[in-house]
Design a protein around this ligand. Structure first.
Ligand SMILES: NC(=O)c1ccc[n+]([C@@H]2O[C@H](COP(=O)([O-])OP(=O)(O)OC[C@H]3O[C@@H](n4cnc5c(N)ncnc54)[C@H](O)[C@@H]3O)[C@@H](O)[C@H]2O)c1
Length: 301
């Protein structure tokens, strides 16, 4: 991405840059709304600078929603990104979206099922084979929902959600940390993705909220155990974010939820990615074991 010092760039010049860059990505007509959105993103990216230059990162669930936004943000900040997802097609689609404006940036997409120890170990081995080092930043964004009331939930639907959301986070965190420790890496940042509902519960999500409470406990314990190896471990707790996961939620439920969010709207995946970029970077070098809510003020207190 073209670097323009914020202080010197006029809005019209930036709009021109936005237009040029949008043209590179799309042959379609550019609407004013698109330009405004892109303008905001461009300013955010410039302000964020390049905190992840030379960092190798892996993002599970990178093929969609929050994971995809994290991959895009990390790439913009200069990282090499491994997009890891069960859905290889969507992982490859994310790969196509990643910027490569920093020297030495090399991205790749890999298939993984985070609930399988074998698959997770293969992921880490393949990364090390390709880059000759383990990833020093890992974001655990793979996750699913299988909603039902407690009185009706099938055991299998409880197990499946725990297997992917909680055990998956354990397997990936363990495999990446083991690789970092074996390699004698100087530092690492592992980011887990919990949920605000892990704190407050949510009707119809006994499996999901349990898995997400577990993710927070796992994160705090990992932070205590891994600090001596220079590895930090923190959690982001998204509220209600507009992604394919929440597309499944009926409109009337979304309306009710939006009404109780102090900021009055659902979040964007890029807003969760902002928090992940902070936790991945040295800007958070003295922070470990915490959870950051990205929820527009939902359930403050
Ligand atoms: N969207 C929200 O409002 C919200 C709120 C709180 C927490 N979260 C959490 O954020 C994370 C990302 O959610 P999202 O909204 O982007 O969902 P999403 O459905 O858009 O993306 C989830 C991704 O995870 C992948 N995945 C699922 N199972 C996998 C497995 N076994 N192995 C590897 N990849 C797998 C999917 O293929 C998909 O690409 C999840 O952990 C979710 O629980 C989301």
């Amino acid at each position: 991405m073209t670097f323009i010092p914020c202080m010197l760039a006029s809005r019209s010049f930036l709009l021109h840059v936005c237009q040029q860059q949008l043209c590179q990505h799309s042959a379609q007509l550019i609407k004013e709304a698109d330009i405004s959105r892109y303008y905001t993103t461009l300013l955010t990216n410039m302000a964020a600078c390049s905190r992840l230059i030379s960092r190798l990162t892996v993002v599970t669930g990178g093929g969609s929603g929050i994971g995809r936004a994290v991959c895009q943000r990390f790439a913009t900040e200069g990282a090499s990104v491994v997009v890891a997802d069960r859905n290889e097609e969507s992982a490859n689609q994310t790969l196509e979206l990643l910027s490569r404006d920093h020297k030495g940036q090399e991205h790749m997409a890999l298939g993984v099922d985070v609930s399988s120890k074998d698959s997770v170990e293969k992921l880490v081995t393949n990364i090390q084979r390709r880059y000759f080092q383990p990833p020093s930043v890992c974001v655990n964004a793979a996750g699913i929902t299988k909603d039902e009331f407690l009185l009706k939930m099938e055991e299998d639907d409880f197990d499946k959600v725990i297997e992917i959301n909680l055990k998956g986070t354990f397997l990936v965190t363990q495999a990446v940390s083991k690789a970092l420790v074996s390699a004698g890496a100087a530092k690492g940042s592992i980011i887990t993705v919990g949920s605000i509902v892990g704190k407050v519960g949510n009707i119809g999500q006994v499996n999901y909220s349990s898995s997400k409470s577990g993710v927070e406990g796992l994160t705090r314990t990992a932070a205590k155990e891994l600090s001596k190896f220079g590895i930090r471990c923190n959690c982001v707790l998204p509220g209600f974010i507009a992604t394919p996961m929440t597309d499944k939620v009926p409109d009337k439920v979304i309306d009710k939820l939006t009404a109780i969010i102090p900021m009055g709207r659902m979040g964007e995946p890029a807003e969760v990615a902002d928090a992940c970029a902070f936790l991945a970077s040295d800007d958070s070098r003295y922070i470990t074991g915490i959870s950051i809510e990205v929820a527009g003020g939902l359930f403050i207190g």
